[in-house]
Design a protein around this ligand. Structure first.
Ligand SMILES: Cc1cc2nc3c(=O)[nH]c(=O)nc-3n(C[C@H](O)[C@H](O)[C@H](O)COP(=O)(O)OP(=O)(O)OC[C@H]3O[C@@H](n4cnc5c(N)ncnc54)[C@H](O)[C@@H]3O)c2cc1C
Length: 397
């Protein structure tokens, strides 16, 4: 039987980073990946461009996560500067501190990582189905320590699946969809492809500013997928047992820069001074052109009516819908959810080492843990920092 110091299960960004850190301490490390190649999900990230991290200062960055105290040590142990220094390529920083490889190719990130794995035994097409006592993986392979970096449940074609959560008896939280487009009750084919920029989307007490993109089946775009985390967190379900039942309403403030009162005053004056202007033309001052016809038909207003002919009741209806345009949501578009909310319960993981406090020698890293962030490089940041810390601590002990 082959005996390794450390076996890492899962060859995504967290597993690869754990392997890089562990092999630096001259441990005998094996990386086991069930796909024919490493980093399948990594290649899809950022639309193929890989938004590798978010470059906000660490303190601000930590505030964006559900479990910032847990992540703190790993973020200070493995910083963005440490991450960039692994690669011989240039990076660019875009809006909202999002960092991408300058080449715009996620493959450059994957190649940069695999180049650092020369001291690691890599075994692809190896699906770990069971971990027996003494960290025996099968009749040919055992390890002194194991790092689990099997990812979450989304995008199953990239290798993730729900059975991975039962590889060990480590306690789990509820498992849910995160960063997911939303399916609407109404068919939105008429406006598929239209984007609303910098609108404010609300669900219960949550308000998120961002872009909304309409698809044939519903809503997507950064604003929506960030809000989907709040929706998912607020509903009681666990994918280990059942799928979520959703029937809720979200609303979009289409004119966040104006209050209702400001719109009322402006409309009152403009409806007189520009009385002959058609409503659909006037609304170009406030709304994306390609959205106006849909919006007016949804609120039953004649798009060609002249402003002077709009009575007070209609004006109020217009203002109400500009400030609160509702959509009924019936499901998560789970095929396109980007991350998993929930996972290995952090109460039983040492945040200074990523080691289980119930099964010594067992470590966890990446999305399999109950940590998630918004869209914008935050989730790969989790994978790289927790992966590095797990690999480092497993090889030091
Ligand atoms: C379309 C898409 C775009 C995204 N874009 C971004 C982005 O731009 N920036 C960002 O920060 N985040 C992004 N994310 C999220 C990010 O990709 C994940 O959070 C990240 O990949 C998690 O890394 P991981 O290593 O924990 O898991 P994964 O990347 O999922 O890797 C887990 C690996 O484990 C393997 N595995 C699973 N079970 C077993 C087993 N039993 N035996 C052996 N191997 C196993 C899998 O095959 C897989 O290769 C995106 C996600 C998606 C789906």
């Amino acid at each position: 039987m082959e005996d390794y110091d450390i076996a890492i299960i899962g060859g995504g960004p967290a597993g690869m980073m754990a392997a890089i850190a562990a092999s630096q301490n001259s441990s005998k490390v094996i990386l086991l990946e069930k796909n024919p190649s490493l980093g399948r999900k990594l290649l899809l990230t950022g639309g193929g461009r890989c938004n590798i991290t978010n470059n906000k200062p660490i303190k601000q960055l930590l505030n964006s996560f559900n479990n910032k105290n847990f992540l703190k040590h790993s973020f200070y142990t493995f910083t963005n500067e440490d991450l960039f220094s692994l690669f011989d390529i240039d990076f660019v920083q875009e809006d909202n501190n999002r960092v991408f490889p300058k080449s715009g190719r996620s493959r450059d990130i994957l190649e940069g990582l695999t180049d650092k794995l020369e001291d690691v035994v890599i075994s692809c097409n190896f699906e770990v189905k069971k971990i027996s006592e003494g960290f025996v993986i099968n009749d040919k392979l055992k390890a002194d320590k194991i790092i689990i970096a099997t990812g979450g449940v989304t995008y199953p074609k990239t290798g993730c699946n729900i059975e991975n959560y039962s590889l060990t008896s480590q306690p789990l939280t509820d498992i849910k969809y995160g960063l997911s487009p939303l399916i609407t009750e109404k068919d939105l084919s008429a406006i598929a492809g239209v984007t609303l920029s910098d609108v404010v989307i609300s669900y219960k007490k949550h308000k998120i500013k961002g872009n909304v993109l309409f698809s044939h089946v519903g809503l997507t775009g950064p604003g929506i997928i960030n809000l989907s985390n709040k929706i998912s967190e607020g509903i009681s379900y666990n994918l280990l047992e059942n799928n979520p039942d959703i029937d809720l309403e979200i609303a979009i403030d289409l004119c966040p820069e104006y209050s209702r009162e400001e719109l009322f005053d402006r409309f009152t004056s403009d409806f007189q001074s520009k009385g002959k202007t058609m409503l659909k033309n006037y609304l170009k001052l406030f709304l994306t052109n390609s959205f106006i016809d849909y919006f007016l038909s949804e609120i039953n207003m004649d798009s060609e009516v002249q402003l002077s002919r709009i009575n007070k009741k209609s004006k109020n209806r217009l203002i109400e819908n500009l400030k609160r345009f509702p959509f009924k949501i019936t499901a998560f578009n789970d095929n396109l959810a980007k991350v998993t909310i929930g996972g290995v319960d952090l109460k039983h993981i040492n945040s200074k080492t990523m080691e289980s406090t119930v099964i010594p020698g067992l470590y966890f890293a990446g999305e399999v843990l109950d940590v998630h962030g918004p869209t914008g490089g935050y989730n790969l940041k989790i994978a790289f920092s927790t992966g590095f810390l797990a690999g480092l601590s497993a090889s030091e002990k």
